[in-house]
Structure formats: C-alpha cells, structure tokens
Design a protein around this ligand. Sequence first.
Ligand SMILES: [Zn+2]
Length: 394
Amino acid sequence: MTEEIFRQDGYIFEFEARVVRVSGDKVELDSTAFYPGGGGQVCDTGSIRGHAVREVRYEGKDIVHIVPGHDLKVGDAVWCSVDWDRRYDLMMGHTGEHILFSSLKRQDPDISIVKIYISPESKYVIVDRPVGWEAARGAVEFANRVIRDNHRVVRSMMERDDPEMERIRSNMERIGEGEQISVVEIGDVDIAACSGIHVMETSELSCLFVDRIVSAGREGYAVHFRIGAQAVDSAMALANTCLQAAEAADSKPEDMVRAVSNMKRELDVSRGSLKAMAERELAELVPEEVSGIRVYSGIFPGADRTVLTGAAESFRSGGGVAILVSSGDGAAAVLASGNERIDCRKVLAETLEPFGGRGGGKTGFAQGGIPDAGDAEALLASLRASVVNSLVPR
Ligand SMILES: [Zn+2]
C-alpha cells in the first residue's frame, strides 16, 4: 500500500520516492504526494523523474500513476513533482466548497448537498433546493467574511460512534462500520466529514464568488463558484456587464431589477395589444381581385407569426392568396395560396433573397424573414408584384 503523503500535508508538492511496481504506463510508488482524486475533486498531475504524469487514480487500495512513455524500473529512486498551481487551486476550491455550503445553509437551513465537483476549469456544489440570487448574495457576503476573518482549517480523525459526530455534516452511509472518519473544521463556521485536501487558513482563498446557478436536472441545482483571482475577475466582469445593462435600461444599477421587471411587464402588455390589433385588422382585411382571385395583403407591425399564419391559412382555404408581412425584430413574411398558379416556396425564396432573407415551405404555403424591418414595405411590394405576375395570364 502506498504511503499517502497528501493526507499528512497538503503543501508537499516535491518529494522523493521509490518505484515499487511498473505495468505498461502504470507506475506505483512506495509513497506519493499525488492526490488520486475523490470526493468530487479531480486528481493531481505533474511529473516523475521528468516524465509527465497524466492521471493518478486508486486501483483497489493502490495508487496508480499513469506515465505514458516512461523508462522507470522497479527499485528506481525518483524525484517527483506535483503541478502545484493546479493542486493549490483544487485545495482552495475544496475549502471554498465547505465555506460556500455552510453559508448557503445559513440562508436556508433545510438545504442539503447532493454532490460537489472541483476541477481547475469548473467548481460547483449541487444542492437539493433552488437558490435565488438574494440568498446567493447573502451566502457570498458571509463566505467572504469567513475568508477575511482568517479561520484555521483543522483536520482530525474521529471514531464513527464518537458522540461529537452528531454535530458534523456527513454522509454516514458512505462511511464503513468501525472506520475512522476524517473531519475538517473551519473555525466555528463549519465542521464536515471529508477526506479531500484543504488549505490551512481561510484567508488563502482571498475571495469567493458565485457566478452561475443552473438546474442540474433530477439532481437539483448547481451553484457554480470561483475563488481567488478568478473570483475577483469574474465579479468585476459581471459588475461591468450590470452597469452597461443599467445604462441601456436607463436605470440606476440598484433599481435595475425592478426596472427590467417593469419593462418586461410593459412589453407583454404591448405585445398583447399589438396582437389584438393585428387580429382585428386581418379580420377586416379587404382583398383586391386579380384575374378573379382574391389577394389579401398588408403589413401588420408587431404581429406574431402564429397570428399571420392562422390568417393566411384561412384566406388560402377560401381559395385566395395571402401576402402578409409583420415588422418587429426584422420583418417576417407569410405567403399562402389556394391557387396552384403560384408556387409560394419559389416566389418567397426569390423575393427574400435580394433583402438578405431566407424562407421555406411548400407550394401552397411558405414563410420566411429578412433582417431589416425598414424593408417591410419594399418586401410587400415585391411579393405582391410577383403574385400579380403569376396570376395575370400572358
Ligand atoms: Zn473537503
């Protein structure tokens, strides 16, 4: 069994060891400071006698280092080096996860942890209940106070039946009968059963920031966080985005949430009345007669696509032709015909093309759009000309 240096001291990243077993790319040492991953934390990387260690993992109770193309032999004394920047980031991440979860629990005492993930690229904790941004703000404030107060992070071993275990967050099902339990205590803030690697003092994290909360499907909600310089960079970038958004919304940053909610509500009301207006206008639309065929055409600002397609369908089923355009974010067009002299798909595609637009559909019914709402009038005129051209016998 390999002596696990990382359990004694997380700050040792260079060490000498002896090779005890070799099998292809797999190398085992008599002692190692490489953390083989576990508890949601990814493994360390680094080098053994200059050969890159790509992965480290447990195989049974043994720790196996994957070292492609090495020339190591059993009995070799080797100098080993763990990628310290990566390891330290993972240690900070793991410590940050303890602080973050206990901070979230202060906002919502019923919240439980489902699982965690700590890698250089991504750090998150999945919890069983939704976390709103007000709660996240409170948790982040508390977490950063814990970081500034520089609590000691102390690891100790405890027996499973120790009465003290009552006050410790742990997943007892994971701990075997009679097994000793590694317990990590952060000042008077948090105490949890954990076999991962942590820093010694909370101030080493310098900053913690939650920058994303997303659904994790059946598992719950993933609260993504960053630590150290990455947390500061992320917080500053998001603060700047918020200031730009406030400027765009003509609001003070502190009033922006209310301002955007109001805007959204007003937009819904406007959309509703535009839709009602378009429905009214479409119902009253008077067709022109072209070679005995009724042609319905017009522009309906803000009308949504379902209103246009519904009306077009009814004009078409009555044997007429519909050329309906709406303007908004760009312009949309629906061309429908109950008369087989018009190939709607072909006419629409040819007409949209010079406007930089695209469309598709069938002979009797096609729809598409163009990017510039200012071209809506010209688009309608062009579609109407094509339709008249198709209907008038030459
Ligand atoms: Zn931990």
